[in-house]
Design a protein around this ligand. Structure first.
Ligand code: FE2
Length: 304
């Protein structure tokens, strides 16, 4: 089956206490564990031990974890990534807290991706037996789950090739210099399941993070999240508004360290034989922010 989803984002934060307030009290993620200057969180609708790891010291993303279906997938991807020209190393069980053995791949963009086949299961409050539709005592925004991330890379074409050829992702949408088949890719939105994107890549400096995003259920949940950001003095970048690309409804905002987050809802269902949507630069602003058709300078310049 291969890659199932993006299982975790391991981010760096400058102040762990402030980060715990943001991700725990405002975002409403469950604080699972704090150990050695590192905090672990999960959303209420996530079963595995954690989906967000926050390590004190710096900003940006240390690595992403992608969960695969079967231990045999690890060897297959190790071989493919090596042949693609990436540096690949083995990681042991427990090297990441509660995470199985696997491999660590340095992408052409210098981002680090870990593939693992198992993580300790904590379950959810609602469970699997006659479940309620959500836990009654959610905190703050009460984000159900981690959804996707946007990273920057100098060579977007190469990165798209990596995710397609090595990990079997497919692009749902692309921003290209023209409609020609060999046009240069400025950005690509890639998925491995049925969500509209698991990871997106935008032309820019290597090894940088633009944002990571949490799924919400509806436009009204997005607006309620905005209200809570106002209550908690969260710096909002853009929104609430809608994307043309993915059709998602969104707010972009910053954590206390300056890492950009997003709450996202309403993207369409993707599948591999759905034709890839292409956006061209003349409609860039409409693609990014459909209603205002404006992109502020900070949105492209602020990276961590
Ligand atoms: Fe996003």
């Amino acid at each position: 089956m291969g890659v199932l989803r993006m299982g975790y984002v391991h981010a760096r934060v400058t102040d762990l206490e402030k980060a715990k307030q943001h991700y725990g009290d405002t975002m409403g993620l469950y604080p699972v564990l704090v150990e050695d200057g590192t905090a672990y969180f999960k959303g209420w609708d996530e079963w595995d031990h954690h989906s967000v790891v926050l390590e004190e010291g710096g900003v940006g993303v240390a690595k992403f974890g992608f969960k695969v279906a079967d231990p045999a997938d690890i060897e297959r991807f190790e071989d493919r990534a090596t042949r693609f020209g990436c540096a690949v190393s083995r990681m042991s069980a427990g090297e990441n807290r509660e995470v199985s053995d696997g491999i660590r791949i340095v992408l052409p963009s210098e981002h680090v991706v870990e593939l693992y086949h198992d993580m300790t299961v904590l379950g959810t409050e609602v469970g699997t037996h006659n479940p309620e539709v959500f836990p009654r005592h959610l905190v703050g925004i009460g984000a159900p789950r981690l959804d996707h991330a946007l990273i920057t890379a100098e060579d977007v074409n190469l990165m798209e090739r990596f995710f397609r050829e090595v990990l079997d992702f497919y692009p749902s949408e692309r921003l290209a210099t023209s409609l020609d088949a060999d046009a240069d890719c400025i950005a690509t939105w890639l998925t491995v399941g049925n969500t509209v994107h698991d990871i997106a890549i935008l032309k820019g400096p290597n090894a940088k993070l633009h944002h990571f995003a949490f799924e919400l259920s509806s436009w009204s949940d997005i607006l309620r999240a905005g209200d809570l950001m106002a209550m908690d003095d969260v710096p909002v970048d853009v929104g609430p508004t809608r994307h043309g690309i993915t059709r998602g409804q969104t707010i972009y905002f910053f954590d206390p360290s300056g890492n950009r987050n997003e709450v996202f809802s309403g993207g369409y269902v993707a599948y591999p034989d759905r034709p890839c949507v292409t956006w061209t630069p003349d409609q860039l602003e409409k693609g990014v922010f459909y209603i205002s058709r404006e992109v502020n300078d900070r949105f492209t310049a602020a990276l961590t």
